[in-house]
Ligand binder design. Structure first.
Ligand SMILES: O=c1[nH]c(=O)c2nc[nH]c2[nH]1
Length: 449
């Protein structure tokens, strides 16, 4: 729609707890930002008639419900071809055997374009309106990923991966030096910030050291200095598995979090994927710096060897959102990540070894429910990135997903007069691509069936 426009119907979001917005009128400006949100607007309100007459009103049906766009805090874009496969070995073997060989192929720009275009389309179809991407060490292909996100209208944060450590990175897939990795990261930051059509910063660069084991101290320090200089946010992996956590302790004498902080990489808006083995002082430091954790329950099942103490970390006030971790996690759907976050928290609470007594088996109080999972997939992601997304509030971007009950290939069936909590529980437990009717990013309709 060319000018200001509005959407009228039922919505749900999670400012703190869950808030149902009944008969809501959400007005959206030409810049894609929400101008106003009003609830209990009567169907015969004259403003609706005026908007309707001007062709500026989207009207939802009783089968429809609007939710904030999903925010996926951790995706490896080049790993998309391997989604759903290659999960039979531990992280350190998976990287060397499957993942580095696949990522090395992105020197081929045509290959990269095909994969990245398909991935961005797929994620939008699943309702992922904001995606935080690791790319590869290849600057041209990483620039293309950012351009594809901008063309297709997906809000994205895109990073060229830095990895120069000769002991952990193979000869065929490694930065030639820390200097080159830093220079190319700088070039990507400039390229994305100057992209024509990106004046509103729909796509942003991210400084992306792969993880401490893959980076020399010179690279970590250089990227930290670059983050301070450019005020660019940072993403990396942190204390992911027993092997990874132990490797960093052996090499550096301190945890990943302390190493990242020493290098200046732990900042407001920094996203640390996994963080399964962070210590109490690590958690305090992450909180003090305003950094965030991307909780990736699916890949943690395969690689971590432990369950992230999510409830405890939320209670300590950390910013936490959800990551699909394509392709360490075998699903592109953030709804799937949300339900798995609930499931693994229940396993952590109950424990898993039936040979132990119930009292000795688990971690009391560790569970989260569907409300918390939904919040992490939406408002929690926005807070983590320090961006005004994930809520229906004036001043926030209108990034939204319209879910429709009863679509032929969908899972959702809302009963008449079902409560907001009941509907949300069904969404978190059942929703998938087949339930997504329309998707908007920054007020632009980017998917419709
Ligand atoms: O899940 C993961 N995927 C990766 O690609 C990776 N690299 C380092 N650590 C990692 N963990």
């Amino acid at each position: 729609m060319p000018g200001d426009w509005a959407i009228y119907g039922r919505a749900i979001h999670a400012p703190d707890g869950i808030e149902a917005l009944v008969s809501a009128l959400i007005c959206v400006g030409t810049d894609g930002m929400i101008l106003s949100v009003e609830t209990a607007v009567a169907a015969d309100d004259p403003r609706l008639a005026r908007l309707r007459a001007g062709g500026s009103l989207v009207e939802l049906t009783p089968d429809d419900i609007l939710i904030p766009g999903l925010i996926d805090l951790h995706i490896h874009a080049p790993q998309f071809p391997q989604l759903g496969t290659a999960l039979d070995v531990p992280l350190e073997d998976w990287l060397q055997r499957y993942t580095f060989p696949l990522e090395s192929r992105y020197e081929d720009l045509a290959f990269a374009e095909d994969v990245y275009a398909c991935l961005v389309e797929t994620l939008l179809a699943h309702g992922t309106t904001t995606a935080v991407y690791f790319a590869t060490i290849h600057l041209p292909a990483t620039k293309r990923l950012a351009e594809i996100c901008l063309d297709k209208g997906q809000r994205a944060l895109v990073g060229r991966v830095g990895m120069d450590h000769p002991e952990q990175c193979p000869d065929f897939y490694r930065d030639a030096s820390a200097e080159i990795a830093i220079a190319e990261t700088r070039a990507l930051i400039g390229h994305i910030r100057d992209l024509p059509g990106n004046e509103a910063a729909l796509v942003r660069p991210m400084i992306t050291p792969r993880f401490v084991p893959a980076c020399t101290d010179a690279l970590l320090e250089g990227l930290g200095a670059l983050a301070a200089e450019t005020r660019c946010t940072v993403q990396t992996h942190c204390s992911e598995s027993d092997w990874e956590h132990g490797h960093v302790l052996d090499r550096c004498g301190v945890t990943d979090t302390a190493v990242l902080d020493r290098a200046g990489l732990l900042r407001r808006g920094s996203v640390l994927a996994h963080a399964n083995f962070i210590t109490e002082p690590d958690a305090a430091l992450i909180r003090a710096r305003g950094a965030a954790v991307a909780h990736c329950p699916l890949s943690n099942i395969y690689f971590a060897g432990a369950v992230f103490p999510l409830r405890e970390m939320l209670d300590q006030g950390l910013h936490i959102g959800l990551g699909s971790d394509i392709a360490g996690g075998p699903s592109a759907s953030l709804f799937e990540a949300a339900r798995q976050a609930v499931a693994v928290s229940r396993l952590l609470e109950s424990g898993t070894d039936s040979r132990k007594s119930a009292a000795a088996r688990g971690k009391p109080g560790a569970r989260i429910d569907f409300r918390t999972a939904f919040r992490m997939a939406t408002a929690g992601g926005g807070e983590s990135l320090d961006l005004p997304i994930g809520l229906f509030r004036p001043g926030y971007a209108f990034d939204a997903v319209l879910l429709r009950s009863g679509l032929p290939d969908g899972n959702l069936r809302f009963a008449e007069a079902e409560s907001a909590a009941g509907i949300l529980e069904k969404i978190v437990m059942l929703a998938g691509r087949g339930d997504v009717a329309q998707v908007w990013v920054a007020g632009r309709l980017v998917k419709s069936r």
